[in-house]
Design a protein around this ligand. Sequence first.
Ligand code: CTP
Ligand code: MG
Length: 163
Amino acid sequence: MLPAYIANPTAVVCGGGASIDFGRNFVDGKRILGDGKTYRGLAGGVICGTVLGIIQMNTSLAGRFGGFTLLAVFSLSFGALLGDMCKSFIKRRLGFKRGAKFMIADQLDFVIGAWILTYLLQGSWFIEHFTATTMVIILIITPVLHRITNLIGYHVKLKKEPW
Ligand code: CTP
Ligand code: MG
């Protein structure tokens, strides 16, 4: 899960510039994704997550997670940020402003996105290594890790909100 975990905060650090929806509105007259989703954030997060995954692939972890491929680490990173974008799309449709708190979705969007994309692109590897127990543990630990990371991000002024 490390590539997915690292993609989120590095997107925050790298973010800025053109927004992914280029400022355009959806048919409901509200922004498609909003200013919180930028190309720089997306690219920075995917690159950092994938690079971390490549480092993992070259350590002893590689043996333990056999068949750990570049596609697997890319899908964990990109999937994480796709999940984050889907959540922003839903937030905008529900009328939440950029940065508004959206409990549970804000904490688990990237986990679900990473899992779905990795399942689609590296199905056999995913099924082999993500057991039900592992997934339950991840779902319990992630909101805690997410909260801690965002509190740090807020205090060092990288994030506008502590969630
Ligand atoms: N960010 C980015 N590009 C991304 C994801 C994040 O540039 N793909 C940056 C933005 O500066 C964003 C910040 O990271 O404001 C925090 O990310 P997040 O909490 O996901 O976005 P919010 O601003 O809260 O927007 P939303 O309400 O759409 O979740
Ligand atoms: Mg947010």
